[in-house]
Design a protein around this ligand. Structure first.
Ligand SMILES: Nc1ncnc2c1ncn2[C@@H]1O[C@H](COP(=O)(O)OP(=O)(O)OP(=O)(O)O)[C@@H](O)[C@H]1O
Ligand SMILES: [Mg+2]
Length: 240
């Protein structure tokens, strides 16, 4: 049997993204490898979401080349993306996960058990029968994570997954993310929280106005930022 192809490393070779007259990302050179989570930070509008959409293959570069495991085309089956505002189906919590499993090709006879397992993993088993749209923001994020994990992705792309959550909900979501990373899923996550970078990141990509200003091991980025902008960002100053 042929070994499954890997989507890693994810390599940006001089990638630019231009829409109309706007240059959103400019000449990005970046290698995202396996193992610890990669966290993308930067001010509003610096291109974090756009970078994640490229990683998923939802948009294509205007210039340069993006490759997954050396291939310029790779089906989205090994990747999952979680947007900042999760989209819920008008169905129960369990049905939302079962739908994700069906989309991921999970045979019908396994879906009920897998749904239960995933809801347990994200702490929503007690709410399985509730309409998904009645969940709180934090619960919706956890459900969206369960749906993403249903795909058993090699790469899990997360766009500010804790942006509107309180500390307890943030901790819960972070624990799910760390557990996924520890079980071998490559996490690539946009975040605004330096505390979260410290808790989760293996490496950090710092974007400023569509350019990669710095790409470093997380502890180096936080303790010894190499650029003036990164130093200001780490000090909590407003980087414009
Ligand atoms: N389809 C589009 N057409 C035109 N401009 C776009 C498009 N998508 C994004 N942009 C612009 O590209 C820039 C980067 O947007 P992006 O959403 O990637 O930033 P971000 O770092 O995720 O910001 P935030 O922290 O606010 O989420 C912004 O100035 C945005 O207005
Ligand atoms: Mg964004």
């Amino acid at each position: 049997m042929r070994a499954a192809q890997s989507d890693l490393p994810l390599v940006f070779d001089d990638v630019s993204l231009i829409v109309g007259a706007t240059t959103i990302l400019q000449r990005v050179n970046l290698t995202i490898g396996p193992h610890a989570p990669t966290v993308i930070v930067g001010p509003n509008g610096s291109g974090k979401t756009s970078l994640l959409r490229l990683c998923m293959g939802l948009t294509v570069p205007s210039a340069g080349t993006l490759t997954w495991g050396g291939r310029t085309l790779s089906p989205k089956t090994r990747r999952a993306i979680l947007f900042q505002k999760p989209v819920m189906l008008r169905r129960s919590v369990a049905a939302n996960v079962a739908y994700g499993l069906a989309r991921a090709g999970c045979p019908r006879r396994f879906r009920a058990a897998r749904t239960e397992d995933l809801l347990d993993r994200v702490g929503l088993l007690d709410l399985a029968a509730r309409p998904a749209r009645h969940l709180s923001g934090g619960e919706q994020q956890r459900l969206a994570l369960a749906r993403a994990l249903a795909r058993q992705p090699e790469i899990l792309l997360l766009d500010e997954p804790t942006a509107s959550l309180d500390p307890a909900a943030t901790r819960f979501v972070e624990e799910i993310i760390v557990a996924a990373a520890q079980s071998g899923t490559k996490v690539v996550m946009a975040s605004h929280h330096l505390g979260q970078v410290r808790r989760i990141a293996g490496d950090v990509v710092f974007l400023v106005r569509g350019r990669v200003c710095e790409h470093a091991v997380a502890s180096d980025f936080l303790d010894r930022p190499a650029t003036r902008q990164a130093a200001a960002f780490v000090r909590g100053e407003l980087v414009l």
